[in-house]
Design a protein. Structure first.
Length: 601
């Protein structure tokens, strides 16, 4: 029978594709039987409605509907596969319905910004097309299809068949879509479930610092402490590299405003500052929580300040609402929230990723009063998805159709430096607005990033690829506007730092206790941990200092390749020194790294 042959072929193809995803994207083994079960359920659904059509409609209409149901089902499924593949290849996350809907109006900018791995994508697309070429002719022979449904329509409408069908359609959705524990176990790995239900969970979520420890820290942290309640302004600039700031010694004058404020007497321009990953979700949440783990129960810096009667404001460029459930991780302590999605609802003509939305929102925001405020401002100008104003086009040529490995490196660099120029001016405008409204008076301002941006180094572009310095070495500028000059008590106590240190630095400057669940250190206190850690996809690394030198040890869990770099910001040394350092010290770093990420066999 045509239906049986089609069912068998479909399940074989689906099993092959999900197995490819299992090996390619390191999803869990249980995804294979789960996915085959979901596809079987989908086929049953199409099968049942086709029988209903044959039973109650005329032969002509039923024949057309049956062909439509089956072709629609396969087109939908294969598009889900394709979206899952492309998104995982380029983002490290599956494609979701919410992200797709949000970017329908800006689909060109999204496609241009994706660093497509074209060869593998085209091979996958070719496999999908061949599969469809085999499937669709079978379906289009709708007479055969209709006759098969016609033969079973009477036997189908028995009490046993109806009860079985009802049971399946009640039990299956309950099992996979309404039971939380099952949802969490399949929503990351299955293309179909991920499309509708995915929420981000890091590949190797660290158990330490989550759960009960964070909950108790949050519940027991004292409220309304007595201290100088300075305004706190946290600014994260998406995909901002340290080495493309003029103040870092870069050959171009990309950041005159940032240079001017980082040279102030009350400013700390921190070197050797690293992100914990090279993707936004991890970077942002790690900054706010001072924790390597991503968990809803984390105790965020804005939770702490809310307990001290701060007004909490999140004014963000980009869609944080639908970006894999990021807004949910921010929690319920927020008094005023606006991201790019809110901005486009108010004005459909503006881009989700336009940083002018932040400036315009701040212009309308009330002036400062006696109540302290916390602002988290997130900028997208330096990210390839950020809206770009051609008025800031300084370096040419910079135009490219896609963010590809094959795009000439100098074009990627010119485009990035143009975006840096725009970002710098937008930050200048932001400071002017905040100053006029009184928020800079008696304030702490933190300027940093969620991750870096590869511009052709190591054959990589964009971010979310690795933990190499191009994607993880980021700036940190700390301004303390309550003092006319640097406080002699506040001196940098280390020569390497990471994003977990931002929240403790804020509590240190405010002179309030650091929660015991936080894993970072104030930049003004001595580290008791000798290592900081980074992870992205198959890349795991740790950074430490020895005899005044800063080293990064990197381990690839897939290829087993080991690399060691002496981080010299002036030389930008990228030579692998793995064979030149004392073997015992390398083994110690490796052992510490593998133990931290639970990678030991």
């Amino acid at each position: 029978m045509a239906i049986k042959r089609l069912a068998v072929f479909t399940l074989i193809i689906s099993a092959i594709l999900i197995t490819v995803f299992y090996f390619k994207f390191q999803i869990r083994l249980r995804a294979i039987p789960v996915h085959v079960m979901i596809i079987s359920y989908g086929m049953l659904f199409v099968y049942y409605i086709s029988i209903l059509s044959a039973k109650f409609l005329s032969k002509k209409i039923a024949t057309l509907l049956i062909a439509f149901f089956f072709i629609g089902f396969y087109v939908f499924i294969f598009n889900i596969y394709l979206g899952f593949f492309i998104a995982h290849q380029n983002w490290g996350h599956p494609l979701t319905f919410n992200i797709l809907i949000v970017y329908l109006n800006e689909i060109d900018s999204l496609l241009n910004a994706l660093p497509f791995r074209m060869t593998k994508t085209l091979l996958f697309l070719a496999f999908s097309v061949v599969s469809m070429v085999i499937i669709i002719p079978i379906i289009l022979n709708s007479k055969t299809f209709f006759n098969e449904f016609l033969r079973v329509k009477d036997s189908f409408f028995t009490k046993k068949s109806i009860l079985t069908g009802i049971g399946l359609y009640i039990l299956f959705p309950l099992l996979f879509f309404n039971i939380e524990w099952m949802q969490k176990r399949v929503s990351t790995d299955d293309p179909l479930v991920a499309f509708f239900l995915y929420e981000f969970t890091p590949q190797n979520e660290i158990a330490k610092g989550t759960g009960q420890e964070n909950y108790l820290a949050k519940v027991n942290y004292p409220e309304n402490l007595k201290f100088n309640k300075k305004n706190v302004i946290l600014i994260l600039c998406d995909a901002l590299r340290y080495d493309h700031l003029s103040s870092s010694g870069y050959i171009r004058n990309t950041s005159p405003f940032l240079d001017s404020i980082s040279s102030l007497q009350n400013a700390y321009n921190v070197k050797n500052f690293f992100s914990t990953s090279s993707r936004s979700f991890i970077g942002i949440t790690n900054v706010l929580s001072s924790n390597y783990s991503v968990a809803h129960q984390n105790f965020f810096i804005h939770d702490l300040l809310k307990k001290q009667d701060y007004t909490i404001n999140f004014i963000l460029s980009g869609d944080h609402t639908n970006f894999f459930g990021l807004k949910k991780y921010y929690g319920k302590s927020i008094d005023f929230y606006q991201d790019g999605l809110n901005a486009t609802k108010n004005n459909p003509q503006v881009s989700i990723n336009d940083d002018l939305n932040i400036i315009n929102t701040l212009k309308k925001y009330p002036e400062s009063n006696n109540k302290p405020s916390f602002f988290y401002l997130h900028y997208m100008s330096s990210h390839q998805l950020g809206a770009f104003n051609p008025d800031y086009k300084v370096y040419e040529p910079s135009k490219h159709k896609n963010f590809l490995k094959t795009t000439p490196k100098h074009i990627l660099i010119n485009d990035y430096d143009n975006r840096m120029t725009q970002l710098d001016d937008y930050l200048k405008q932001t400071f002017l607005v905040l100053g006029k409204k009184g928020y800079l008076h008696n304030s702490i301002v933190i300027i940093s990033s969620d991750h870096g941006q590869a511009l052709g180094e190591k054959g990589m572009v964009s971010h979310g690829n690795s933990t190499y310095l191009s994607e993880t070495l980021i700036p940190l500028i700390v301004l303390d506007y309550s003092n006319g000059k640097l406080n002699t008590k506040h001196k940098l106590k280390s020569n390497f730092y990471n994003q977990l240190d931002i929240a403790p630095t804020i509590t240190d400057l405010l002179n309030v206790p650091k929660p015991n669940s936080w894993r970072g250190y104030s930049i003004f206190t001595k580290r008791t941990s000798n290592y900081i850690f980074q992870q992205e996809k198959n890349y795991y690394s740790c950074v430490w200092s020895e005899n005044g030198k800063v080293f990064q040890y990197m381990y690839n869990s897939k290829s087993q390749k080991e690399e060691l770099f002496n981080i010299n910001l002036k030389k930008k040394d990228t030579i692998n020194l793995i064979s030149s350092l004392n073997e015992r010290k390398i083994l110690k770093a490796k052992d510490t790294l593998l133990d931290f990420y639970n990678l030991k066999n």
